[in-house]
Design a binder for this molecule. Structure first.
Ligand code: NI
Length: 168
């Protein structure tokens, strides 16, 4: 297994649209394992392939306290089942150090494939619903900062750009 490098906002590669996963093989299994390891190592609760510069429709989530409940979503899509919005302070491994409130539909039904390519459906509410929507956004080249005011987004961008210059 390997720790993968996580792209950080405003890296333009985070804006690429990911392509569907078509082949379910050992290489894909290894990528899923690497993404899980990377997410755990970075103390994240979700990671989309886009964030590690792999532009395939694949994401991993683990919301458990013990970090022992990995959830893998390949080629995920969702429909809203509850229009009511819920608000969470969202963070993102690609926007390190920032948390901002975002509203998203409270309930969704997700259709995806697991790591063997088996189709499954899942009804999600609350934080799981928010997390899945946040990660699917990544696959479409979107970031949670896109939901903020331009002022807030630009402030975050310039702070991160300064950090990146320092560490370059
Ligand atoms: Ni994120």
């Amino acid at each position: 297994m390997a720790f993968l490098q996580i792209l950080e906002f405003p890296d333009p590669r985070l804006r690429k649209i990911a392509a569907p996963v078509e082949v379910f093989d050992d290489k894909l299994e290894a990528l899923v394992d690497d993404m899980l390891e990377t997410m755990y190592e970075a103390n994240g609760i979700g990671l989309a392939a886009t964030q590690v510069n792999i532009h395939k429709r694949l994401l991993v989530i683990d919301l458990s306290e013990e970090k022992d409940n990995p959830q893998v979503f390949i080629n995920p899509s969702f429909e809203v089942t509850e229009d009511e919005l819920s608000e969470y302070d969202e963070g993102c491994l690609s926007v390190p150090g920032f948390y901002e409130t975002v509203s998203r539909p409270k309930g969704i039904k997700v259709v995806a494939q697991d790591r063997q390519g088996e189709k499954f459906e899942l009804e999600a509410e609350g934080i799981l619903s928010t997390c899945i929507q946040h990660e699917i956004d990544h696959l479409d080249g979107k970031l949670y900062v896109d939901y903020l005011s331009a002022l807030k987004r630009n402030r975050i961008r310039s702070k991160l750009e300064k950090e990146h210059k320092k560490s370059a």
